[in-house]
Design a protein around this ligand. Structure first.
Ligand SMILES: [Zn+2]
Ligand SMILES: [Zn+2]
Length: 273
């Protein structure tokens, strides 16, 4: 059954962005995450491992095609096993306009998964690729590509929510961009927020950037990017708060940071059911 967006109750928080060992850069499996979720008093757990894309072969950061049935089974088995935790099965998709039909038809229709998360992890310009997690400088040209891709992702409307829209703030912070959060960054944020509001999109506040900041010693939080969310507070865009857990200990890490920001800017928080 396709997941629905509902208002989040005060004091209730569940995570809908969780990876497993199958993506080759996370640890833990669904059963352990569900057990931990139950211990933490969570009532729902959304699994969202990195989606395999048709024709890409064995991608080093995605689930491999042959592992997908096992992933789905692990989610459904955990859902049956833990009576107090409803386990939803989704995937996080690296967005490319040419893969839209595949994501929708394969994961939602054929496999009956519950939801899709849309993400931009890589800038694509013809055959050129730039990883958004590299420490390279994000100049005007990179921002343009990122923004165009993210706006298309929003406009596709196939994703239940759109992940870490402010990921471009990471490069600005880490590469010590001499211009910092400049007019280009502002207009990137403005275009993404305009598109999100126009399309009724749920944006994700992703606190894994806080975990990365604290463990790697960055001078300030790379994301959630303060300047982006301050601008977002002028809009009426629902927000989902997730940890983007890549290990058991990250399942509920640094949610306080997100809750502080949500309170400060009075965001309307949503979750799934
Ligand atoms: Zn992501
Ligand atoms: Zn993720």
């Amino acid at each position: 059954m396709k997941a629905k967006i509902i208002a989040a109750e005060e004091g209730v928080w569940n995570n809908y962005h969780t990876h497993t060992f199958r993506c080759h850069h996370a640890t833990g499996d669904v059963d352990e995450f569900a057990q931990r979720a139950a211990q933490l008093g969570m009532t729902k757990l959304g699994m969202s491992d990195h989606a395999h894309v048709q024709g890409e072969g064995d991608h080093p950061q995605h689930m491999h095609e042959r592992d997908i049935p096992g992933y789905l089974q692990a989610c459904r088995a955990a859902d049956r096993k833990y009576a107090d935790v409803r386990v939803l099965c989704g995937v996080e998709c690296d967005y490319d306009p040419s893969d839209e039909a595949f994501f929708r038809d394969y994961y939602l229709e054929e496999l009956g998964m519950d939801y899709l998360i849309g993400s931009v992890h890589e800038l694509r310009n013809g055959t050129d690729r730039m990883d958004c997690f590299s420490d390279a400088h994000f100049g005007a040209q990179q921002l343009r590509i990122y923004t165009d891709l993210y706006v298309k992702l929003i406009e596709s409307r196939i994703f239940t929510f759109c992940a870490h829209p402010d990921l471009f703030g990471r490069a600005i912070t880490i590469a010590e961009d001499p211009n910092g959060w400049d007019a280009n960054a502002q207009s990137a944020a403005r275009e993404i927020l305009d598109a999100a509001q126009a399309n009724g999109t749920v944006l994700e506040m992703n606190v894994s950037g806080v975990w990365k900041t604290r463990t790697r010693g960055y001078p300030e939080v790379i994301y959630p990017k303060q300047e982006f969310w301050e601008m977002a507070s002028d809009y009426d865009i629902p927000v989902i708060l997730n940890t983007d857990a890549h290990s058991l200990e990250r399942l509920n890490a640094f949610t306080d940071y997100g809750f502080d920001m949500i309170r400060r800017y009075k965001f309307r928080r949503v979750e799934l059911e």
